[in-house]
Design a protein around this ligand. Structure first.
Ligand code: SAH
Ligand code: ZN
Ligand code: ZN
Ligand code: ZN
Ligand code: ZN
Length: 421
């Protein structure tokens, strides 16, 4: 889809030069598209680009994949193979072509219903960054959505939540539905065009064109009072500005859908993202607030559940729903603060001076009289800098610091808070 317009700034200079680059791949190794804003592109180069794009399409269209799936489920277990190298369900006639590839045999219906277990997670840090919810967190999210009375979930970059909803819906007479929007086209092998749209959340591009857009529009249209919520868990290296722009477009689609109009309401949303992006998200969505719930992941060594002695997850839920409605599990130590009117983590103490439960990371924060706010437990007040900071710091460094965590000495791309390997 469309590239994004970036600006290259060099230190000391007011205005930088503007250029277009790929919206989805922030690593030049994955996509080397680059064009100055004012650059004239020759016909030959345009043609070469189109040629390149034609040659880099997936082998099958979504429609073809749906047909293949239909044939696949008719096969006896012994003929159901999945090529691990091509990440593809194989029909018997294709075995030959993949003969020197590794494959999984006897693919069961249960496996087909949980593609996020079958496919390997794309861990490319800058592009896909697929971090799958731990069961505990996924179940918590689903139960929460049900308790809140939602019957439709627009799952944007949340394949595991989508799959949990799908399998639940097929088991019981369960009326909750999900539409998955994701850039990972491998999922088109498992879902129909009404269940999955190939989508780029950095530029709001539907690869399936007008038909896919219409599918999404229809899904957001709340028939028979079936309430919709959007849940998204974007790659954490993603640009908040680009994401927010796309999400606003999805919200606008929801708003257009209703004939009577939703008054001044916004489409309900859960945006799952690390707590240190709080101020960035609030810049774009002032109606949002951050919940204390720590979202855990399966394939992430650092962000797994805190109780086992590992680090606590920094990932939170941002929502425009009333915080008091988001009930967090007491058995995991969350409690309700009657003053703040929201559930907070066990370590989060209500500060009488701030009149709020101030901890962001789950640890108990302490109030600094001089800074007039609560700060991390590891910080102390430096009289030189006239603010609280880490014990180990060089005073009065006016370095702007990292955009993500605020600390000096590294840029956002190298922020240790984002490193998940
Ligand atoms: N925790 C979620 C997965 C989050 S990982 C779950 O368990 O369901 C981030 C997801 O965003 C992945 O599924 C990835 O494929 C998708 N993604 C990455 N870049 C994207 C983009 N530009 N547009 C849409 N989806 C994207
Ligand atoms: Zn293969
Ligand atoms: Zn409180
Ligand atoms: Zn305080
Ligand atoms: Zn201080």
């Amino acid at each position: 889809g469309p590239a994004l317009l970036f600006v290259k700034t060099s230190q000391g200079k007011e205005e930088g030069r503007r250029f277009y680059a790929c919206s989805a791949c922030r690593d030049r190794k994955d996509c080397n598209f680059f064009q100055w804003e004012d650059e004239k592109v020759s016909e030959t180069r345009l043609a070469a680009r189109e040629e390149y794009n034609r040659n880099h399409q997936p082998c099958f269209t979504h429609k073809q994949n749906v047909d293949r799936y239909k044939n696949f489920v008719l096969l006896p277990l012994s003929k159901r193979r999945f090529c691990q190298e091509c990440q593809q369900l194989l029909l018997p006639a294709e075995w030959e072509k993949h003969s020197d590839h590794q494959f999984l045999c006897d693919i069961t219906n249960a496996q087909l219903k949980s593609p996020s277990q079958l496919l390997y997670p794309l861990e490319n840090k800058k592009t896909n960054a697929q971090y799958l919810f731990a069961d505990r967190s996924c179940q918590f999210l689903l139960n929460l959505l049900i308790d809140l009375g939602f019957r439709r979930v627009l799952s944007v970059g949340t394949p595991r939540l989508h799959e949990l909803i799908q399998s639940k819906a097929s088991q019981e007479e369960f009326s909750i539905r999900s539409l998955l929007l994701d850039i990972d086209f491998r999922y088109s092998q498992f879902y129909t065009e009404d269940e999955f749209c190939h989508y780029n959340m950095f530029n709001h591009h539907f690869f399936g064109g007008e038909a896919a857009l219409e599918t999404c529009r229809k899904f957001l249209y709340e028939e028979n009072g079936e309430r919709v919520i959007m849940v998204t868990d974007p790659p954490f290296g993603g640009l908040v500005e680009a994401l927010a722009t796309s999400f606003k477009k999805l919200m606008a689609m929801w708003k257009e859908g209703e004939k009577e109009g939703h008054d001044n309401k916004e489409m309900p949303m859960f945006w799952i993202f690390p707590y240190f992006f709080e101020s960035r998200i609030l810049d774009f969505f002032p109606s949002f607030s951050m919940m204390d719930y720590q979202v855990d992941y399966d394939n992430h060594a650092l962000y797994k559940h805190g109780k086992t002695g590992r680090r606590q997850s920094p990932v939170r839920i941002f929502t425009n729903l009333t915080p008091s409605m988001i009930v967090l599990p007491e058995e995991e130590g969350y409690r309700f603060c009657t003053v703040c009117q929201r559930y907070v983590s066990s370590g989060n103490q209500h500060c009488e001076i701030c009149n709020s439960c101030t901890s962001k990371d789950g640890r108990r924060w302490k109030h600094c009289i001089l800074c007039k706010k609560c700060v991390k437990p590891s910080w102390f007040h430096c009289n030189n800098c006239n603010r609280c900071t880490l014990q180990k710091h060089s005073c009065e460094k006016t370095d702007v610091g990292c955009f993500v965590c605020g600390q000096a000495g590294h840029k956002r791309s190298a922020c240790p808070s984002l490193s998940r390997t």
